[in-house]
Design a protein around this ligand. Structure first.
Ligand code: EPZ
Length: 420
């Protein structure tokens, strides 16, 4: 549990960590290397530890070296199974399906269940792998994918009802690197994390072009090799710090931050009256005037990221007027709405839309974290609210933010972690 005393004004410098959502599929890609791959800038998060455990059970050896690199030795993979026990705690575990299938000709991965942000089906992952020639069936809650004679390249359309799929693209992309012939993934996810994965795969010997575009072209190769690779900075963590500066009327210097990955976020921040000034390795974010209302629609990249919707809603809750937030990626991702209302926000949900009537102040309350980004939003709201907010179940925030209180407190936050 966090106890957060507010309101505070944040100022100072903070370094953005390596990207969690780039690291997870890149760790899975190490399966394809068949040797010891070493990754730089992988954050120290519980989701990363869970992914490490998942890979260990497959047969990999994982170690954090003294210099901070995370090394994965995939020389031996003798148990190509992603167990329910792990997958149910971290849905991203599904991204071992493609590389395991390509490397071993067989993979069993527990079918992920629903979660706090919605249904989250994996039909597009499965369809994409079937298009590459895999036989896929479901048994005892496990997805069993088989391709004893290898995979075959094909033109595949990966779009779904909510646009492209990030981990679905990652899975099919990883599998296609070792398929015979050429694969074209049409309507591929363009997220920087997918591009980072593709860059890493190319460094391992894959032949991928069209990186960062919705059409990925993969010429299959017979094998990949281990790699040394540094993952990109976390644009969602960066965006969370930006909102922290904005909601507290503060000024933060962000280091290790790629603004080019964040154009939609910066556009919305400027709309609400926040300044974002580029620097060599990052930016300075500040708010001096009132928070202006703004409309925000989440979309696949390069649109506004769903992973910053909750944090932005906390900011807009203090806007001088009405804002509208539309969630077009996960239409049920609104668990934070009722909690923010407990802090005297005025939010009304109508289907995949929330109407935000700005209030003059938020008032501290005991609130409950439901998922990673919702908990970040509650911490941000707590920084700005009057009084002592307690946020329960902060293990959610530890999944995606490295020691958040130890990084915010030197900037002026007053957050204490309490064991309950
Ligand atoms: C990734 O999840 C991220 N996770 C999520 O971040 C992020 O919210 C999401 O992409 C969208 O940007 C990781 O990278 C580990 P999707 P992913 O498949 O890949 C539908 C966080 O907080 N869909 O791109 O699982 C789906 O229901 C996490 O860090 C299908 O219909 O998301 C959704 O509406 C949470 N069929 C949309 O596509 C499928 O087979 C996008 O989901 C797959 C997805």
């Amino acid at each position: 549990m966090f106890r957060i005393e507010g309101p505070v004004r944040l100022s100072g410098s903070v370094r953005v960590s390596g990207s969690k959502n780039a690291s997870l599929p890149i760790m899975a890609a190490a399966i394809l290397g068949g040797g010891k791959s070493c990754l730089k800038a992988v954050p120290r998060l519980s989701d990363i530890s869970v992914c490490g455990e998942l890979l260990t059970r497959l047969g990999c050896k994982i170690a954090r070296e003294a210099d901070g690199r995370l090394c994965i030795d995939s020389t031996v993979i003798d148990n190509p199974v992603g167990e329910y026990e792990i997958v149910r705690t971290m849905r991203a575990s599904i991204c071992i399906l493609g590389p395991l299938l390509a490397r071993c000709g067989r993979a069993e991965v527990s079918m992920p269940g629903g979660c706090a942000i919605g249904d989250r089906p994996v039909n597009l992952h499965i369809r994409g792998l079937q298009e590459l020639g895999a036989q896929v069936h479901l048994k005892n809650g496990y997805i069993i994918a088989e391709a004893p004679n290898g995979l075959k390249g094909k033109d595949i359309f990966m779009g779904g009802p909510f646009g492209s799929t990030v981990l679905g693209t990652a899975n099919v992309l990883m599998a296609a690197t070792l398929a015979k012939g050429r694969t074209v993934i049409e309507s591929a996810a363009c997220e920087p994390e997918v591009a980072d994965l593709a860059d890493c795969l190319n460094k391992m010997g894959a032949k991928i072009t069209g990186i960062g575009s919705p059409r990925l072209i993969i010429e299959g190769v017979s094998q990949l090799h281990p790699v040394e690779f540094e993952v990109i900075p976390d644009r969602i963590e960066a965006g969370t710090f930006m909102v922290a500066a904005a909601i507290t009327a503060g000024e933060l210097r962000l280091q290790n931050c790629r603004l080019n990955d964040m154009m939609a976020v910066i556009d919305r921040l400027r709309e609400v009256g926040v300044t974002v000034d580029a620097e060599a390795d990052g930016c300075v974010v500040a708010r001096r005037g009132p928070i202006r209302p703004a409309d925000v629609t989440t979309q696949p990249y390069p649109g506004f990221p769903t992973d910053l919707q909750a944090q932005f809603m906390a900011l807009l809750a203090l806007g001088e007027g009405n804002s509208v937030v539309i969630e077009k990626v996960f239409p049920d991702r609104f668990m934070h709405v009722a909690e923010l209302n407990r802090m005297a926000a005025n939010l009304r949900k109508e289907g995949p839309t929330v109407i935000v009537a700005g209030v003059q102040k938020l008032i501290a309350a005991p609130v409950m974290a439901s998922d990673l980004r919702a908990s970040a939003a509650l911490v941000l709201a707590g920084l700005a609210a009057e009084g002592t907010t307690t946020v329960d179940r902060v293990y959610h925030i530890d999944r995606g933010y490295e020691k958040i209180e130890e990084r915010l407190n030197p900037l002026g936050a007053k957050i204490t972690r309490q064991n309950v």
